[in-house]
Design a protein around this ligand. Structure first.
Ligand code: SAH
Ligand code: SF4
Length: 432
């Protein structure tokens, strides 16, 4: 999400006549795009600001700005706490950056943290910097109104709003023409996407289909799906189009219905498992990944065991796992006590990570001997003798370089694996 926002900012600034540099010492203005989701994300930003101070000592003219969720959360307080900052801009005020920068140039500090009900930056074609030229993100909506009890997103990114469907497919078409072969449609809860045009409502399944029809050689991915809104219709749409990747990120957060209710997630353990069964039935071979929080308020040992047993039952291919971090202003911070002791959170998180490592290894083991279509992204990190790409299930596949180029599809038969990577050799497409 933040990466996609940085591309929007780069585009707005380029339009206003600014250029970018890869060398921080050459920059006249430096923007930090920030995340507030967990406390350690904010702590990392504070450390980065220390580094900015050292840069500013060497060059007092350099302008330092903070963008994104931490800017939104702390607003003018940041200017008081962090002397090094000249500018603070929230996620809905990027169009205002040129004006804010002019304000800084005239000698005052500048702030805009107004949230909008309709800003989607739909007309802005993001600058794809730092890109492999093959895969790109397309933001399809902004904000969130689910108010999960632990989550700061609704407070720092504002109301949920969807972006014009036509502008999304136009962006996908333009990326395809430039040689991109994979786009990921991004939103906090893509299943609630809706765009009303000419009296007709376009929902996510239809948008996904439109994106898939841009070109069969353009792969489509999406994130994030909310379990409460994942419909069979969407799964059938995925099944109909080979180029819609067979990978679903479905954050469960906890395996305990009691905790899910406490978290205000809007589904039970059984309802989550029903969605998993629907994916397995409609999309055999589809990868499923998740997010899990360890040690949310009042989580008992039994609740934790429910999470482990759900993980055993589902066998996630991949997971992002976090210890609960209380965020100011959220429902949990206001109403519950962060009462799971740190050492207990730590131990539960460790057990969750250990189990997931076993599951990821098992998932890769099951792929040994199978053949996958792989989109080549470039040379592998370790050696120019190997290409690296991904299969439809979003697993990294490494294989000896062939006569193909990045951006082309090859079939790879898997012979070896680690818990993070599948390794194989290119084979004739007929063997797929
Ligand atoms: N919109 C997505 C998630 C966005 S945040 C969804 O609803 O699934 C990404 C992940 O960060 C969440 O899924 C959750 O697992 C984690 N997270 C959010 N707030 C957190 C907090 N306060 N402490 C720990 N993890 C948190
Ligand atoms: Fe946060 Fe819940 Fe919205 Fe995801 S759906 S961004 S976890 S409030």
């Amino acid at each position: 999400m933040n990466f996609s926002d940085s591309e929007i900012v780069a585009s707005i600034l380029e339009e206003a006549g600014f250029g970018s540099t890869k060398h921080i010492a050459e920059a006249d203005m430096i923007f930090l795009n920030t995340c507030s989701i967990r406390d350690n994300a904010e702590q990392r930003v504070r450390k980065r600001l220390e580094f900015m101070k050292s840069l500013k000592k060497k060059n007092p003219q350099v302008v330092v700005g903070m963008l994104g969720c931490m800017a939104e959360r702390l607003k003018t307080q940041l200017l008081e706490e962090e002397n090094v900052l000249d500018l603070v801009a929230g996620p809905d005020s990027y169009r205002d950056l040129p004006r804010l920068m002019a304000e800084v140039e005239s000698g005052t500090k500048a702030v805009n943290t107004l949230l909008s009900i309709d800003e989607t930056y739909a007309d802005i074609s993001p600058v794809r910097y730092d890109s492999n030229g093959i895969s790109a993100f397309i933001s399809i909506m902004r904000g969130c109104e689910n108010y999960c009890a632990y989550c700061v997103v609704p407070y720092v990114r504002g109301q949920e709003r969807s972006r014009d469907a036509g502008s999304i497919t136009a962006e996908a078409e333009s990326l395809f023409r430039k040689g991109f072969r994979e786009v990921t449609l991004l939103g906090q809860n893509v299943n609630s996407y809706q765009w009303i045009s000419g009296g007709k409502t376009i929902r996510f399944a239809e948008l996904l289909e439109k994106a898939a029809l841009v070109n069969p050689l353009l792969r489509i991915r999406f994130a994030t799906s909310h379990p409460k809104d994942l419909s069979d219709e969407l799964l059938h749409t995925m099944a109909r189009h080979k180029n819609i990747c067979k990978a679903i990120h479905l954050p469960v957060q906890s395996g305990s219905t009691r905790m899910l209710d406490h978290m205000n997630r809007g589904y039970t353990r059984e309802q989550y498992l029903d969605r998993i069964d629907a994916i397995r039935n409609i999309l055999p071979g589809c990868a499923i990944s998740t997010d899990i929080i360890a040690g949310f308020c009042d989580e008992s040992e039994e609740d934790h065991q429910d999470t482990l047993s759900l993980m055993e039952r589902v066998g996630f291919d991949y997971a992002f796992m976090f210890r609960y971090s209380e965020r100011p202003d959220t429902l949990a911070a206001e109403r519950y006590q962060d009462n799971v002791p740190p050492e207990v959170k730590e131990r539960r998180l460790r057990e969750i990570i250990d189990l997931q490592q076993k599951n990821s290894y098992q998932s890769n083991k099951e792929d040994a001997g199978k053949t996958f279509e792989v989109l080549i992204e470039g040379f592998s990190k370790r050696s120019d003798a190997f290409y690296s790409g991904r299969n439809s299930q979003n697993k990294v596949v490494v294989f000896p370089v062939t006569g193909n180029n990045p951006g082309e599809y090859v079939c790879v038969k898997i012979s070896r694996f680690t818990s993070a990577t599948l390794i194989g050799d290119a084979v004739n497409p007929d063997s797929l």
